[in-house]
Design a protein around this ligand. Sequence first.
Ligand SMILES: Cc1cc2nc3c(=O)[nH]c(=O)nc-3n(C[C@H](O)[C@H](O)[C@H](O)COP(=O)(O)O)c2cc1C
Length: 209
Amino acid sequence: MTTQTQDRTPHRLVQINSSLFSGQGQSSTLADQFVAKWQSAHADGSVIRHDLAAEPVPHLDGARFLAFLTHPEERTAEQQAVVAYSDQLINELRAADTLVIGLPLYNLGVPSQLKAYFDHIARAGETFRYTANGVEGLLTGKKAFVFATRGGQYAGTPFDSQTNYVRDFLGLVGITDVQFIYAENLARSGGLKEAALAQAQQELAALAV
Ligand SMILES: Cc1cc2nc3c(=O)[nH]c(=O)nc-3n(C[C@H](O)[C@H](O)[C@H](O)COP(=O)(O)O)c2cc1C
């Protein structure tokens, strides 16, 4: 009798929606649709969803950053709480194999809510480390899907401030397999919005999960 080794590692997905409009956002809607597709492919999978508009991650200030830097045994109770919160966000990602981000474009940048989340998962010694060869990301072996929605059209132009930033940030923490799905021209009329959403839907349907 031959036995086959099966990968029984449970599938785990972390979803970050960063629209100001929570689940009503166009980026959230696309991200939610993708997660529903993922869930039907992984009946045993688990999903952690963060709606950063409903439950904002605090902005990183000096006190919070100092808490990260303070030696564990010297942290005050307040500092311990700050670090425990960041640790929880990081541990979710550590355990996940898939990351999904709903990414609207606001005032030519990423939502400040998403930046605050990123600032809480960028921790030297935890999600990246300094080596003789430069910075090494530690959250390896994951795939990220980013659903980027914009009023205008920027992808592939020098005015797209988001794609490189998000790719670089995820690379910093070791997530190097990143796929962007764009829905642009959503503030434009003449069928451009509808065409963009239809195109994004097609791409979403074709994504391997
Ligand atoms: C506060 C705010 C700022 C925006 N700034 C831009 C912008 O700089 N460029 C752009 O193309 N669209 C901009 N938009 C349009 C959004 O990118 C677009 O509506 C996107 O689909 C929003 O995603 P969401 O519905 O998931 O929040 C802005 C929208 C809002 C609410």
